[in-house]
Design a protein around this ligand. Structure first.
Ligand SMILES: [Zn+2]
Length: 353
């Protein structure tokens, strides 16, 4: 497993950045590769510990898991020196790299078959500030179902009490240039935020916090060809047609409709699906969501781009809306730009549907 170290000219923090813990997540791997290629060491303060591809054999085989033992590497942390290959890789990453870092980020994507709206995933309020610094319009609160353990960012956060979190950008074993650009901006934002690169962060006008367990999978009711009607990041309303499935062997077809207001955050990219396959993943907000889940309830200090200035932000329950814009403090709706529009480096106010 290759490990790269980048040392800046000035001493500073140590950051850990990894990709390819899931071997088929080539979008995340490509993102980190590009980041390393474009990194200007003369500008860097501190040190980067980089794992470009953690699951090397999985990358060669195109598999999420480690082929030698069939394990999901991101369920093996903190690892075991005497265990199988996955346990030993996990142990090395955990004790030799993550343990030496002041903060860390683990890059993922949706893997095969679909593309994910870029977002940071944070699982405790102390990570909110760094997660938001990545600069995606969606920051997701992750609440893991019972029985989930061994995830790198969560175990490292627990053990080292330092900020470690997880981002998802793109996927589908396709390289989406504008999503890679967005990911690169995010990584630079993190380094700027931590004082490791000069410059000013590029942040969207709005950021929305959403609880991650809410993802509503809209599945195909029959096997067939998919005709998509929505784009990634699009805001949708309850009842809106999302996709049509047509069976080329017969006359049946089915229209998949939204069961909630929300944002398209996971989109199938395959032309053909089987019955039960997820076609569109929606992050709900609005009346449906507020009945089903708990919104954020926390206070956080936020550093602004102006040095020395801190703004107190309070997140509280807003009836019918999940979360609140970090930047303009307004309840979020129609915030996310459609997938087909290129991501501009400048923060823009996002048009409503
Ligand atoms: Zn992954």
């Amino acid at each position: 497993m290759p490990v790269w170290t980048a040392c800046g000219r000035r001493p500073g923090l140590t950051a850990f950045i990894s990709a390819g813990i899931h071997g088929d997540e080539v979008h995340a791997i490509a993102l980190l590769h590009r980041f390393v290629q474009e990194l200007d060491l003369k500008q860097l303060t501190g040190r980067l510990l980089i794992v470009p591809v953690a699951n090397v054999s999985g990358f060669h085989a195109g598999s999420r898991t480690v082929p030698e033992d069939g394990k999901d590497l991101n369920r093996c942390f903190p690892g075991d020196r005497k265990g199988t290959l996955s346990d030993r890789i996990a142990d090395y990453i955990f004790t030799e790299l993550a343990a030496k870092a002041d903060w860390g980020v683990d890059l993922h994507d949706s893997g095969r078959g679909s593309v994910l709206l870029p977002h940071a995933r944070v699982h405790d309020p102390g990570l909110l500030e760094l997660g938001a610094a990545f600069g995606t319009e969606i920051v997701m609160k992750t609440t893991l179902p019972p029985g989930y353990h061994g995830i790198l960012s969560i175990e490292a956060r627990k053990r080292f009490r330092r900020p470690f979190f997880h981002v998802e950008v793109g996927g589908g074993t396709v390289l989406w240039e504008h999503l890679i650009e967005q990911g690169l901006t995010g990584l630079r934002n993190l380094l700027i935020f931590e004082g490791m690169l000069p410059g000013k962060r590029v942040l969207p006008r709005h950021q929305l916090f959403l609880p991650g367990r809410d993802n509503l999978a809209m599945v195909a009711p029959l096997k067939g060809l998919v005709i998509q009607h929505v784009a990634l990041g699009q805001t949708i309303v309850n009842g809106q047609p999302l996709a049509t499935i047509e069976n080329p062997l017969g006359k049946e077809h089915a229209v998949i409709r939204a069961r909630t207001n929300g944002i398209v955050h996971d989109l199938n990219i395959r032309a053909k699906v089987d019955r039960g396959d997820e076609v569109v993943g929606v992050l709900p907000f609005g009346a449906f969501a507020s009945r089903k889940t708990k919104p954020w309830r926390l206070s956080a200090e936020r550093r602004t781009n102006r040095p020395g200035k801190t703004v107190r932000v309070r997140f509280s329950e807003i009836p019918g809306v999940h979360g609140m814009c970090w930047v303009c403090h307004r309840p979020g709706k129609n915030l996310v730009r459609p997938f087909d529009k290129p991501v501009s480096r400048r923060a823009v106010r996002l048009a409503s549907r």
